[in-house]
Design a protein around this ligand. Structure first.
Ligand code: GSH
Length: 195
């Protein structure tokens, strides 16, 4: 019996969960889904998406559900703020990062020509401007690192690890945030992913 993460190294949603697992010091085995073209993942879970986890035979899928499950199983340190109202905001930001910010980042992957790239840059710039304001004068969204920061970091990090792109230097607070997150997650270079 074991805890297993069906993992794809460069998936932003897998990175999000790997950071949560590391924060909570959960030990687990990694199944690289690219090694067998997802055959063992499909055999275990009947679907193709990662992150998927195996908790002694119990299958749990989706990074948001996994984060909640891990928090229940391993409450310390918490990935959510203590205050219920802040927790609501944290969950909204997690959802925003997973959906809206992810959409803006993935536009680069889907881009077919220079026009598409220009449109993607414009859309991402709106989010980066907002994030730069959000992280001005504070290290994290709340008083310590929470799932809001982890979710935002995982999406932005994908620009470097998988799209060979950089965040414009004018977003100084976003850059400082990325540096903090790299330090906290043990990532030595921005092109590396959290193990
Ligand atoms: N909402 C899901 C998104 C997961 C997701 O989109 N995973 C991608 C990799 S980043 C995947 O496995 N895609 C394979 C497929 O859809 O066949 C989550 O939070 O876990």
């Amino acid at each position: 019996m074991a805890t297993r993460l069906f993992n794809s190294k460069f998936s932003m949603f897998c990175e999000k969960i790997r950071v949560v697992l590391s924060m909570k010091k959960v030990t687990y085995d990694v199944v690289d889904v690219r090694a067998d073209e997802r055959k063992s993942l499909i055999a275990f879970s009947n679907q193709r998406k990662v992150p998927t986890m195996d908790f002694d035979g119990q299958c749990i899928q989706d990074s948001t559900i996994l984060a909640k499950y891990l928090e229940e199983k391993h409450p310390e340190p918490s990935i959510y703020p203590d205050n219920p109202s802040d927790k609501g905001l944290c969950l909204m930001l997690e959802d925003w990062a997973d959906e809206d910010l992810n959409g803006a980042v993935m536009n680069f992957r889907r881009a077919k020509d220079e026009e598409d790239v220009k449109r993607a840059e414009k859309e991402l710039a709106v989010h980066l401007e907002n994030l730069d304001l959000l992280y001005s004068g504070r290290d994290y969204v709340f008083d310590r690192m929470t799932l809001a920061d982890i979710s935002i970091y995982a999406q932005l990090h994908y620009l470097y690890t998988s799209l060979d792109r950089e965040i414009d230097a004018r977003y100084t607070h976003v850059h400082a945030f990325m540096e903090r997150m790299m330090k906290a997650t043990g990532v030595a270079s921005i092109k590396e992913v959290a193990a």
